[in-house]
Design a protein around this ligand. Structure first.
Ligand code: GDP
Ligand code: MG
Length: 323
């Protein structure tokens, strides 16, 4: 997948050796928990800078940190909840990384800054690493980029990696393919929407949170989700539904416990792990393919193909990809 031409070997062997040595050093620092090195590494991966491929090729598997996805509509209280979870887990002396992604506003630094300010009480904490990402510009697709960045973060000695993403159901980032546990955050205002929520949401949610439980309609939303979870489970374990008031730290301990309980249960499910890995693999291959496509060739061939009376777009795509 990573070709030598892309890493610059062909230009100058010596230069590449130097890049490799620096990347190896950077990697060692990341493993020791050096936050500056980790931030630098993320920038390299995010922007595909020199050494990007070497860095990824040096990653190990089965690092110990577990990834928790926190997803939900804008304003549901995800960042506030992340903050509250950090506060809770710090009492257990956990080391935590937070990746906050807002794909809808790549240049909206106001929004990113908003998250920063809210999380500021932990920005300088030695056990907490926080990084906002605006990776929409990434060539190979946001999903693949997030998989790469998360895998790099897992090299550092964190216990937990929290990934905050916007969206429900048709999220720009398929968080479920990335996280060991996906928490879907909803708020009472979304009450009516629950009836029409896409089937996908039941598939991706490992835990439901009804945040802003201090507001009207929280109880109704809670009940509706419980019914949905019950129907879907059909006798098996039901997806937990937890009420929280993130601004008041209420229900946060219960949520933290539910997350850890879920993660512990996952450890013993090799089938699920393989499924997750296959999903990640598929996304990376897909992104790579998108990159490899020669747009000039695509246009030229397409221009020829549309001249045919029996032109079909899907047949063309299949043919183009060599399927
Ligand atoms: N009333 C109430 N407001 C909350 C609660 N949790 C978060 N908020 C507020 O909701 C707004 C959006 O929160 P934020 O965490 O930025 O949402 P995000 O977009 O999902 O990350 C902020 O003004 C929060 O203070 C809650 O439990 N109750
Ligand atoms: Mg947020």
């Amino acid at each position: 997948m990573f070709t030598s031409s892309a890493t610059g070997y062909s230009i100058n062997g010596q230069k590449h050796t130097l890049v490799q040595r620096n990347i190896k050093q950077l990697h060692e620092q990341v493993k020791e928990g050096n936050f500056l090195a980790l931030a630098r590494g993320i920038t390299i991966v995010e922007n595909e800078l020199s050494g990007y491929h070497d860095l990824l090729l040096g990653l190990h598997r089965n690092r110990h940190a577990r990834v928790i996805g926190i997803t939900g509509p804008p304003g549901a209280g995800k960042s506030t909840l992340v903050n509250a979870l950090i506060r809770y887990w710090l009492t257990e002396n956990k080391k935590i990384a937070v990746l906050a992604v807002d794909p809808s506003s790549p240049f909206n630094y106001g929004a990113l800054l908003g998250d920063r300010i809210r999380m500021s009480e932990f920005y300088t904490h030695p056990n907490i690493f926080i990084r906002s990402l605006a990776t929409r510009g990434a060539l190979g697709g946001l999903n693949a980029k997030m998989i790469e960045i998360t895998d790099l973060v897992k090299e550092a000695p964190f216990d937990l990696v929290l990934v905050e993403t916007v969206g429900v159901g048709q999220s720009e980032i398929e968080i479920a393919g990335l996280a060991d546990c996906t928490v879907v955050t909803l708020v009472p205002e979304a009450g009516d929407e629950v009836q029409t929520l896409k089937a996908g949401i039941m598939e991706i949610a490992n835990i439901f949170v009804v945040n802003k439980a201090d507001r009207d309609g929280a109880e109704a939303l809670f009940r509706n989700l419980r019914i949905m979870a019950h129907e879907k489970a059909a006798g098996a374990d039901e997806t937990p539904v937890i009420k929280t008031i993130a601004t008041g730290d209420e229900g946060v301990g219960e949520l933290a416990t539910a997350i850890v309980t879920f993660l512990d249960a996952q450890e013993n499910l090799p089938e699920k792990r393989l499924h997750l890995l296959a999903d990640k693999c598929w996304q990376l291959i897909q992104a790579q393919r998108m990159k490899d496509i020669d747009h000039n060739r695509l246009r030229t061939e397409l221009a020829e193909a549309v001249k045919q009376d029996n032109f079909n777009l899907y047949a063309f795509v299949n043919h183009f990809l060599g399927n």
